[in-house]
Design a protein around this ligand. Structure first.
Ligand SMILES: N[C@@H](CCC(=O)N[C@@H](CS)C(=O)NCC(=O)O)C(=O)O
Length: 290
């Protein structure tokens, strides 16, 4: 189905969505210019309305539209961009078979891969960390409006009960949140160990796996786990994170799209402090390191 367009590449995305950040960092790394269409998520439910469903029937962001043809899923978008412009900008998926397999394995671990359950890889645990923020944003809308919208318009049956529950409670259930924190602790230890190869990026050379970690680490900052990235317990990460931040794509794909409602939400939930579950994070690190 062709979608109306005025520019060769158009992206439908939301500022602080992890998958949207992946697509925008990828576009920046490939040096591809595009027109951005903002699609509101939890605080407005714009993604559940007919206009966006006509572009993406799954009601998810991002959607890349290339000459009117939609490409869904942030990792597929990275793949598409790399094949479209193999010689332009960074190589996201290396040509060498062994390296390529290594990058793809890392990408599977760090992405919002729908073939794994929520909380079963680092990417979906990072998304889980955001549920405190998502609850805050959902609470901007009346309870019954959220229930109606999600029950009648959200195509993902797995996600509907989660959104309704966090809207009802005004926050994620504590035990569930801790499962995500635990998954992130495990992931951080894995990343630290992987980086001990001594190369500048997670697979040695820059790749799609670094695109995913740029948004993942940015999310750790937003959810007030920022001290994890500065800790002497993770010396490799401490050097690696500034390297990602120094890339132009970090500004172009992430910082330039910060949402005011997330800035407000971060201040309301965490102020200048750390995440209330930070001690639990460190206790999980200690447990896994024993
Ligand atoms: N595997 C997909 C996941 C897309 C996804 O889950 N996007 C989230 C934002 S990061 C979304 O649209 N959430 C809205 C919702 O589920 O209601 C991708 O990587 O693009």
């Amino acid at each position: 189905m062709a979608i109306k367009y005025t520019k060769e590449f158009e992206l439908y995305s939301y500022g602080e969505s992890l998958a949207s950040q992946t697509a925008r960092v990828g576009l920046a790394e490939k040096g591809i210019d595009y027109k951005q269409h903002r699609v509101g998520l939890e605080s407005t439910g714009e993604h559940l309305q007919k206009a966006y469903k006509a572009i993406n029937p799954a009601s998810l962001v991002p959607t890349l539209v290339h000459n009117g043809e939609p490409i869904y899923d942030s990792v597929k978008i990275l793949d598409y961009l790399d094949s479209f412009a193999p010689k332009q900008g960074a190589t996201l998926f290396p040509a060498d078979g062994e390296k390529n397999a290594q990058v793809r394995a890392l990408v599977k671990e760090f992405s919002l891969d729908e073939t794994v359950g929520i909380g079963e890889n680092f990417g979906t645990c990072m998304a889980g960390l955001s549920t405190q923020m998502l609850a805050y944003l959902l609470c901007k809308r009346p309870f019954w409006t959220v229930v109606w919208d999600y029950l009648t318009k959200h195509p993902s049956r797995d996600r509907v009960p989660i959104f309704i529950l966090i809207r009802l409670l005004g926050k994620p259930p504590g035990f569930k949140y801790r499962e995500f924190v635990s998954g992130v602790a495990r992931g951080i230890i894995f990343i630290e160990k992987t980086l001990s190869h001594g190369g500048p990026f997670i697979a040695g050379e820059y790749s799609a796996a670094d695109v995913l970690l740029a948004q993942g680490f940015h999310r750790l900052e937003i959810t007030a786990f920022h001290k994890v990235l500065e800790s002497d317990q993770f010396p490799n990460i401490k050097q690696y994170w500034p390297r990602l931040q120094q890339r132009e794509s970090y500004k172009a794909g992430i910082l330039d799209y910060e949402e005011d409602e997330w800035t407000e939400c971060k201040a309301a939930l965490y102020g200048e402090g750390e995440n209330p579950d930070i001690e639990y994070f460190w206790s999980e690190v200690k447990k896994f390191n024993q």
